[in-house]
Ligand binder design. Structure first.
Ligand code: NIG
Ligand code: FE
Length: 402
């Protein structure tokens, strides 16, 4: 076993563990979202965390790592990305920055490039992005299909995704495939996505997603897609209310989806639905609004209403070409009304909730040893020092990974 000692500030995400926590030390401070422990130590045994507490109380172990006063937190959980693709959309981005709006139409460009790419090329791309994310502290990431849009290409995307992560999402319903759209046959495509394509894809995926939006799928189509997935044992997640108001968020809550993602355009009714949802997390993706020059989601409004919030990258070549959780966290703090504590919690514990995982997102005994050591004395520096690489070390399942 290994002990990491001299941690200046440890984020456990378990308020009962912090110095202001319950027990003999009095009632816990409701502002302590992160379960902070100062001058802390963490013992890792195999792939798990065995012990967490104050440095001076740490049990003896074979190996010792001195954190030298720096901050340690759970590895980031990026619960929303689209990494299986080829090519990029540099010109589209540049045109957008000179005034063109973002639409779902650009997805076609990536579909064409992805279909034309070899398996090896696609897999190498995913590996490159997973490594890039790891260097920035991400130890778990979800990723989706959705740039194939034929049975063959969607299965291929999921198979390749599954080589790199356990959190794989079937997004055959990203947009209506070009062949069907050009024939004005959206219904035919929904039949394919919920029939032959679903049969072929279900064995490779844990989740099913749909882009419920103007220019993609309407509420009825989205419901058809998600209920078909549920019947095959896939758990829904929904691209909801990204570009405008719509039925996505309420549909997600109604069907017990694990998350409603984007949430940039919410009515009071949508906010109430998310606040009242037991199992549906509001996943906010600031990289998308940043890169499409759109209005950011109002995280403050969701948090004040009592919703569970996650932060993720949405990494994809069209709307958010970043793998950086620290970047998204800094934007969320600066532009979306989150405190640094809330943003760190949303990027770790929130993401774990959005993936319905209890083994990650916390630094507690029994949790998987996914840890991010910062070149900084506090987790607040993630927002306070935007754009600065602060990763000192990353452990994934107990192994030093960076
Ligand atoms: O989450 N909104 C739908 N899908 C992606 C963008 C896809 C693309 O533009 O290639 C998103 O933002
Ligand atoms: Fe997305």
């Amino acid at each position: 076993s290994t002990v990491i000692t001299g941690i200046g500030s440890l984020v456990t995400n378990d308020p009962s563990l912090s110095a202001s926590g319950g027990g003999t030390r009095g009632p816990r401070d409701p502002r302590d979202l992160l379960g902070l422990i100062q001058d802390a130590a963490v013992v890792v045994e195999g792939d798990r965390i065995a012990w967490v507490g104050e440095s001076r109380k740490a049990p003896p172990t074979d190996n010792r790592v001195d954190a030298a006063g720096r901050a340690l937190l759970p590895g980031f959980v990026d619960s929303h990305s689209h990494l299986v693709f080829a090519g990029d959309r540099t010109e589209e981005f540049a045109a957008r920055m000179s005034g063109r709006p973002y639409t779902a139409g650009g997805i076609r460009t990536t579909v064409a490039a992805t279909r034309a790419a070899s398996d090896a090329e696609l897999s190498a791309n995913v590996a490159r992005f997973v490594a890039e994310a790891l260097r920035q502290g991400t130890t778990t990431l979800e990723t989706k299909s959705g740039y194939g849009l034929t049975t063959r290409d969607e299965v291929r995307a999921l198979r390749i995704a599954a080589e790199h992560t356990d959190e794989v999402t079937y997004l055959g319903a990203h947009v209506v495939a070009p062949e069907f759209a050009d024939a004005d046959d959206a219904a035919g495509y929904v039949d394919l996505v919920t029939g032959e394509m679903l049969d072929a894809c279900a064995p490779y995926a844990r989740w099913i997603d749909v882009f419920c939006e103007e220019g993609a799928f309407d509420g009825d189509q989205a419901r058809t897609v998600l209920t078909a997935g549920l019947a095959r044992g896939l758990i829904p997640r929904v691209h909801a209310n990204q570009l405008g108001f719509g039925p996505g968020v309420r549909l997600a809550v109604e069907l017990g989806a694990a998350s409603a993602d984007h949430c940039a355009h919410l009515t009071d009714q949508d906010v109430d639905a998310l606040a009242g949802a037991r199992d549906t997390v509001a996943t906010l993706l600031p990289g998308a609004e940043f890169s499409t020059r759109a209005v950011y989601p109002d995280a403050r409004r969701l948090l004040d209403a009592g919703a569970t919030v996650a932060l993720s990258t949405d990494c994809n070549p069209g709307s958010s070409f970043t793998t950086s959780m620290p970047f998204c966290l800094a934007v969320a703090v600066r532009e979306m009304g989150m405190t640094p504590d809330e943003a760190v919690r949303a990027a770790t514990y929130g993401g774990a909730r959005a993936l319905r995982r209890t083994d990650i997102g916390t630094v507690t005994p029994g949790a998987r040893a996914d840890l991010l050591l910062l070149d900084a004395p506090s987790h607040v520096h993630l927002a306070y020092r935007p754009g600065v690489p602060l990763t000192a070390a990353v452990w994934r399942a107990g192994k030093l990974a960076y």
